[in-house]
Design a protein around this ligand. Structure first.
Ligand code: THG
Length: 384
């Protein structure tokens, strides 16, 4: 029997690129922010992984929805929502930033784009940030307009992204620095183009704010990309796990705080930044986090998808109590072992710790805790 299919309706939104990815043979979707995200293709995840590391891909990431804050109190509200200091942020900058609630709990981990001093986009992961922002603005009497604008990101990812983009947007695109953006002409319309994206292979994200141009934009990129062996892609699970890119709802939820997620570098806790949850997060920082996100490499055979957290136990331990849980796992052709992201309890998270992973298929596998991103030698300990 084939897998059950996802029934779509107006609630599960298509994107301006949906006709293009369907013409190119997309075979499956997931849903993020109430919007489809292409996930299955004719090629396997492994083929897609090698292709992404060598060539260039177009990704329909229209599900990366924007929450727009605009008006006199926009900067104030943006800062209230994140422990990352925005005081030195420049117009034209992208900032990866955890969002937390009054308990210091993770609500989302968007990229914040500063369009002007009173105009921000929060390019969100999978949770309803718009409602939280509106609630805060009403409750605190802030002078700010909050909407989900009609903006549809398209990612161009992979080592040949610069060459492809330069053909369509001109050579100025090569000068855009990492996590910066510029406005570039496409068919007489200025589009926001950022050097960013949900892979470690380099590339750009185009924030299309004129959905009518979606098919034209996709087609122009596709045609320009033929000489670079362009293919249809999407965030690649193997590449993301090896690179240590986190996914809200998978690696972390509202049960976690940013310190557990290893996002310490994006938290200013010296009292100089006024954000909701400061007191709670400061108290957590004083004691230190109880658990942390780490990598795990564990042995074969190829594991099934991790749909619920898998227990991790300590090798040779007397206690049967779990010392952590796997949150995402997949076979890695690079390590010829399985790779995973995991939340690991205090005292057990140092790289090199030997563990046992109970994958959902009844196997108990030998594994080792790794740094993130994973390094070429991350595997050596497992083999000793
Ligand atoms: N692009 C855009 N919006 C997004 C994502 C994206 N929204 C949802 C989701 N992805 C947010 N999560 C992340 C996680 C990691 C990164 C970006 C978005 C990322 N991190 C860099 C890294 O870890 O190497 C460094 C970030 C930094 O230095 O500030 O790129 O992909 N538009």
């Amino acid at each position: 029997m084939s897998a059950p299919k996802l029934n779509v309706s107006r609630r599960i939104r298509a994107t301006p690129y949906t006709p293009c990815v369907e013409a190119l043979g997309v075979s499956g979707y997931t849903v993020v922010n109430h919007t489809v995200l292409p996930k299955g293709f004719e090629k396997t995840v492994e083929e897609d992984y090698w292709h992404l590391k060598e060539h260039v891909q177009l990704w329909d990431v229209g599900c990366q929805r924007q929450v727009e804050l605009r008006g006199r109190d926009a900067a104030k509200l943006a800062q209230l929502m994140t422990p990352r200091s925005l005081s030195n942020a420049a117009v034209g900058q992208c900032l990866y930033a955890p969002l937390v609630d009054d308990k210091g709990a993770m609500l989302n981990d968007p990229i914040i784009l500063k369009l002007s001093d009173d105009h921000f986009w929060l390019s969100i992961a999978d949770s309803d940030v718009l409602l939280w922002a509106k609630g805060l603005a009403v409750g605190m009497g802030l002078d700010v307009s909050i909407i989900e604008p009609d903006v549809w990101p398209l990612a161009v990812q992979g080592p040949k992204a610069d060459d492809l983009m330069a053909k369509v947007f001109g050579k100025t695109v090569r000068g855009i620095r990492f996590f910066r953006f510029a406005w570039l002409d496409f068919c007489g319309h200025q589009l926001l183009v950022a050097r960013s994206g949900y892979s470690k292979q380099g590339g750009f994200e185009i924030y299309l704010d004129k959905p009518d141009l979606g098919v034209q934009l996709w087609s122009a990129l596709w045609e320009a990309g033929i000489e670079f062996n362009v293919s249809l892609g999407s965030p690649n699970l193997i590449e993301r796990v090896e690179g240590g890119l986190l996914s809200y709802g998978n690696e972390m939820t509202v049960e976690n705080n940013p310190l557990e997620c290893g996002l310490d570098q994006y938290c200013t806790l010296d009292g100089s930044v006024d954000f909701i949850g400061y007191k709670a997060l400061r108290a957590i920082a004083k004691i230190g986090p109880e658990r942390r996100i780490r990598g795990i490499i564990f042995d074969g055979p190829s594991c099934p998808p991790c749909q619920y957290p898998w227990p991790i136990r300590k090798e040779g331990a007397q206690s049967t109590e779990a010392i952590g849980k796997v949150t995402t796992a997949i076979w890695s052709p690079r390590f010829e072992n399985n790779v995973a992201l995991a939340m690991i309890e205090k005292g057990n998270w140092s790289a090199g710790t030997k563990v046992l992973v109970e994958s959902g298929d009844g196997f108990v596998r030998n594994g080792v805790v790794t740094e993130l991103p994973m390094l070429n030698n991350s595997l050596e300990v497992l083999q000793r």
